[in-house]
Design a binder for this molecule. Structure first.
Ligand SMILES: CC(C)(COP(=O)(O)OP(=O)(O)OC[C@H]1O[C@@H](n2cnc3c(N)ncnc32)[C@H](O)[C@@H]1OP(=O)(O)O)[C@@H](O)C(=O)NCCC(=O)NCCS
Length: 172
């Protein structure tokens, strides 16, 4: 059975390992230098860093489990301004990731619903996100939820530059 619940500090280990694994499965093939990827994963998803992030009141995390096994997660950052949105009541869907065997089974929609509900309850006017331009599947997913492209930005990992769309939609 699939369950979705809020993550707590006790879940830091799960999120750290899911963060690394899902990012690698989704984007690992795009890296010319595997060392750049490994360094990024170790820095971004270290357990210590995830504990620190979970401790911040404006960060909300969800875990998706099949039975006891963690298969996906999401992170919402409340009060996260964007240069492309003229409001300070803004939240950011910072991560939504599943292990590859669980992609395209309709679970992402359920997880997004949970994140979206939290954003709406927290008086945010807008929700936004960054998505890699090559990530057509995720872009289609967000478009289904009426997100539209409002900007773009580059992001460098090690020696490699990636291009992102910024997408957003109104919450109310
Ligand atoms: C982006 C992501 C979170 C979307 O979640 P998802 O579960 O794949 O998407 P959905 O919930 O909309 O699933 C719908 C798909 O499942 C299929 N599906 C199967 N059973 C279903 C059901 N019971 N209900 C709804 N859809 C179902 C639909 O046909 C649809 O197929 P499609 O992907 O070929 O269009 C997920 O694909 C993912 O983790 N990708 C890798 C990481 C990533 O790119 N994250 C985003 C970074 S910005």
């Amino acid at each position: 059975m699939i369950t979705i619940r809020k993550a707590t500090i006790q879940d830091a280990k799960h999120i750290s390992s899911l963060g690394k694994k899902t990012f690698d499965q989704s984007f690992g093939h795009l890296f010319k230098n595997r060392g750049d990827l490994v360094t990024y994963l170790d820095e971004t998803f270290s357990e210590e860093k995830i504990v620190h992030s979970l401790n911040k009141a404006h960060n909300k995390y969800w875990l998706v489990l099949e039975g006891e096994f963690a298969i996906g997660y999401a992170k919402l950052q409340l009060q996260s301004a964007s240069e492309f949105i003229d409001s300070d009541k803004v939240c950011k869907l910072q991560r939504i990731y599943f292990l590859k065997n669980y992609v395209s089974k309709g679970i992402g929609s359920k997880l997004h619903d949970a994140v979206f509900a939290e954003g709406s309850e927290n008086e945010s006017e807008y929700i936004w996100l960054s998505v890699l331009k090559e990530n057509k599947k995720a872009i289609t997913f967000y478009e289904r939820y009426n997100y539209t492209i409002i900007g773009e930005h580059p992001f460098t990992i090690g020696s490699q530059k990636f291009d992102f769309w910024v997408m957003a939609r109104k919450l109310k």
